[in-house]
Structures are given as C-alpha cells and as structure tokens.
Ligand binder design. Structure first.
Ligand code: PXP
Length: 236
C-alpha cells in the first residue's frame, strides 16, 4: 500500500506571505526520504498555491512519481504536455471552492473527456480520474480507458464515526471492489487523516492513498519526516 503526499499546502503557507518559504519542493524531497511513494500537487486556474515554477522544479528533482491534479481545460493540457508528469489526475474545479468538491462527473462530460484523456495518454502520461464511489461513474471511467481512478473519500472523511460513516465506508469498499473487478487500478483520497485512515486502509483493492492537508498540518508541528512516517505506519 503506497502513500502519495500532496504538497499543495506547503505552497499555501508560502503564498500567505507571498514569500519563497517554505519551499514545497524541499518538503517533497523530505517526504520521499521518509518513504512516500509519490508526490502530488494541484495546479489551479487561480494559482493560489502551486505554480508552474513548482512543477518545473519538482519534475527535475523528485525521484518517485509526480502526479499533477488539474482541471480538464486546454490551458492545463498544455501545462501537462510541457511538464510531462507520470500521472495527470483530472479533477473538477470551481473558482472559489476551499478544496475540491466531489468527483468529476464523467457521465456528463464523457465526449469532451475522451479526447482530452487520449491526448495525454498519447504523449506517455497516465491518466487518473477523481471520481465519487458510484458504480455508473466508475463504469464510464473504464469506458474512457483511463489508467486508474482515485475514489473520492471526502464524504466519508467529513462524517464522525457512526452508522452514517460506516455506510460511506461501505460505499467506498464496494466501489473499490467493483473498479478492481473491471480492471482499474484503484487509488483513494480526500480528507483522510491520522484518525480516519485505518478503515479505508483496510480495503485491499486500494493500492495508493493521496493525502495532503493532514500531513502538512502535522509536519508544521513535528516535521515532515515524522508526519509522513506516522501516516505510513497507519497504512501498514
Ligand atoms: N485527492 C484529490 C483529487 C484532491 O483534490 C485532494 C486535495 O487537493 C486530495 C486528494 C488530498 O486531500 P487532502 O488535502 O484533504 O488530504
């Protein structure tokens, strides 16, 4: 089971003062040294945290896999082609949202996404789709021939332990099994932290977790090395 660390919020802290520290690329290198299997970041239309410069330096320096989250727009496609990450994760994006709200609606956007995905894959990038735990959405991801999916754990993560959360966990498990059965590689992420990760980490079909905010928050207190190692220990 792999951990990919999302470094966006090291850049959020930097941008809070329009400074050049903390250096998100340095955080990425420390995360790798602590055992992360990949680095994730999200370049948003408004560039509120990660910027092109970060992508360029990350691409040249990290030794594991680079996964860039982005909206399926022409502007972002061009950036992906210039940077050539290992994986592009397509996510929905709304201008003033605090964080990504829900998975991408692949059913509604199927025709536009099909050309977009092919263009990225043709150039050698893997394509992932951030998707809600819905059988119909996942089936459409398969029809779109994506390389993998990332199941949105956001709804589960917002709930306190109890029946409602157990239900959300069940939906994720069912979706992961279903995706695995139809031949998709399954990742998961959004809102996962040191307290809610264990039930989701127990789902065998999920091979990688994409976790950002909780690791960055813990890093600010105990350092990147310990924050990443603590999460890996829970995943194991
Ligand atoms: N996966 C996706 C698609 C995301 O957009 C984000 C947030 O950028 C994450 C995972 C990580 O979420 P969090 O920061 O809550 O761990």
């Amino acid at each position: 089971m792999r951990l990919a660390v999302n470094i966006d919020h090291f850049a959020t802290l930097r941008e809070a003062r329009k400074s050049n520290v903390p250096e998100p690329v340095l955080a990425a290198l420390l995360a790798e040294q602590a055992g992360a299997s990949g680095i994730v970041c999200h370049i948003r239309g408004d560039r509120r945290h990660i910027k092109e410069r970060d992508l360029q330096v990350l691409r040249k320096t990290i030794k594991t896999k680079l996964n860039i989250e982005m909206a399926a727009t022409q502007e972002m496609k061009q950036i992906a082609i210039e940077i050539m990450p290992d994986t592009v994760s397509l996510v929905p994006e709304q201008e003033h949202e605090l964080t990504t709200q829900g998975g991408l609606d692949v059913i509604k956007n199927k025709i536009q996404l099909s050309a977009h995905i092919k263009a990225l894959q043709r150039r050698g990038m893997k394509v992932s789709i951030f998707v809600d735990p819905s059988e119909k959405q996942i089936k459409t991801c398969k029809e779109l021939n994506v390389d993998l999916i990332e199941i949105n754990t956001g709804k589960y993560a917002e709930l306190k332990p109890g029946d409602e959360r157990d239900h959300a966990e069940g939906e994720i498990k069912k979706a992961a099994q279903n995706a695995h059965e139809i031949g998709l590689e399954v990742h998961a992420g959004h809102g996962l932290d040191y307290w809610n990760i264990c039930p989701i980490a127990a789902i065998e079909e999920i091979t990688e977790f994409s976790i950002g905010f909780s690791i960055v928050a813990r890093s600010s207190i105990v350092g990147v090395n310990k924050a990443v190692k603590d999460m890996i220990q829970l995943l194991e």
